[in-house]
Design a protein around this ligand. Structure first.
Ligand code: NAD
Length: 365
């Protein structure tokens, strides 16, 4: 494995390998780009098969965070951490505190948070060793569960898509299919129900389905069919890669927007295929950036109202993305990447203008 070659492919700034055998800690922190500010991104706990698989994942995820922070208008860069291990058996206070000391050693260049298989409790262990952690509980001055803010961002994003497609933000009477009614999906269904939407839902967890059926008059549908329903909006809120060669030809919705990360199986091919079919796709990392906006808010002293207000900006961001997509005839995911890169390039330029010192310039792919 050639680490520098892997870093060079997408211009990563720094990779830190963390090892503390006493507590079984083996972790990698990747910092992609800090032009806009300190890098922020969650810490994932996962039983990777080997070092290369872990490194590949953390490089990919940290780069994604650079784009997400930029499109959300935050003064943050992209970073991410992974810890190797079995989440059911290998977690301990000491392991997370050891990880926290490595984060602390970076002096604020990387700020960690929860991610897949890590929880608020573990971030509180990290907090015992470093201030560079977000997503701790409200009781300890943190921002708590980000899902309601993420759901709100997705909701306003769907309104922007509806405005673009139908000339109105009004969602009453339209049909929406929500795949996955967990933390974000449940809150999103509440917004849709209040807006008079006819809801269709699927989840592999039956109790969660029943909750939204009972509370929001949703209709439960087979998980294999949810993407293919004859509805106006398809909202993926469960898994990645749901927009692929098999599903896209079956999609009847004219709008796709949901919380799930990495919805396109391949960004180039499947983004283009949605454009060709005249389906308006709200790029995942733009429409689901409410969660990041929420934790970023914690850095300035958490204020729930301000976090919701900032998440409202997702509406204008998506309008800009949709406009660029039409004007330049490019898929929305590509328009979003361009806008995110444009912001980083210009901030880099303005910083070097005022300080008259050479700065790292963000390279476009
Ligand atoms: P969650 O685990 O609470 O909910 C996901 C739901 O999807 C669960 O109820 C699960 O049973 C269901 N599910 C799994 N496989 C499924 C399938 N094949 N078909 C239908 N349902 C299935 O997670 P969440 O916090 O609600 O996040 C949902 C998605 O949004 C994830 O991809 C997450 O990475 C992303 N996301 C979440 C946030 C946030 O604030 N929580 C922010 C940004 C992105």
């Amino acid at each position: 494995m050639d680490v520098f070659q892997m870093m060079g492919r997408h211009d990563h700034e720094q990779v830190v390998f963390c090892h503390e055998p006493e507590f079984g800690l083996k972790a990698i922190i990747a910092i992609h780009n800090t032009t806009l500010g300190p890098s922020l991104g969650g810490c994932r706990f996962y039983p990777y098969q080997n070092d290369e698989e872990g490194l590949y994942d953390v490089l990919r995820l940290s780069r994604g965070m650079t784009y997400k922070a930029s499109i959300a208008g935050l003064n943050l860069g992209g970073g991410k951490a992974i810890i190797f291990g079995n989440p059911d058996t290998d977690k301990s206070e000491f392991l997370f505190r050891a990880f926290g000391r490595f984060v602390d050693g970076l002096g604020g260049r990387y700020i960690t948070a929860e991610d897949v298989n890590t929880t608020v409790r573990e971030m509180e262990w990290v907090r015992m060793e470093t201030q560079y952690v977000t997503g701790i509980s409200r009781a300890l001055g943190g921002s708590g569960d980000p899902s309601p803010v993420t759901a709100f961002g997705v909701f306003v994003g769907i309104k922007a898509a509806r405005k673009t497609k139908a000339g109105t933000e009004d969602l009453s009477g339209i049909k929406v299919a929500v795949q996955g009614v967990g933390h974000v999906g449940y809150n999103l269904c509440r917004y849709f129900h209040d807006a008079g939407v006819e809801l269709y839902v699927s989840d592999i967890n039956q109790e969660r389905v029943e909750r939204v059926v009972n509370e929001f008059d949703a209709k439960a549908v087979n998980g294999n069919e949810i993407h293919a329903l004859d509805v106006d909006v398809f909202a993926p809120c469960a898994l990645g890669a749901v927009l692929n060669d098999e599903t896209i030809p079956e999609i009847k919705a004219s709008i796709i927007g949901g919380a799930a990360n990495n919805q396109l199986a391949t960004s180039k091919e499947h983004g283009a295929s949605l454009l060709k079919r005249n389906i308006l796709y709200a790029p995942d990392y733009a429409i689901n950036s409410g969660g990041l906006i929420n934790v970023a808010n914690e850095l300035e002293g958490y204020n729930r109202e301000r976090a919701f207000k900032q998440a409202e900006g997702i509406y204008d961001t998506l309008m800009e993305i949709f406009k660029m997509s039409v004007e330049e005839g490019i898929p929305t995911n590509q328009a979003s990447d361009r806008l995110a890169e444009y912001r980083i390039q210009n901030v880099a330029k303005s910083k070097s203008f005022y300080t008259n010192s050479p700065r790292r310039v963000f390279k476009r792919r």
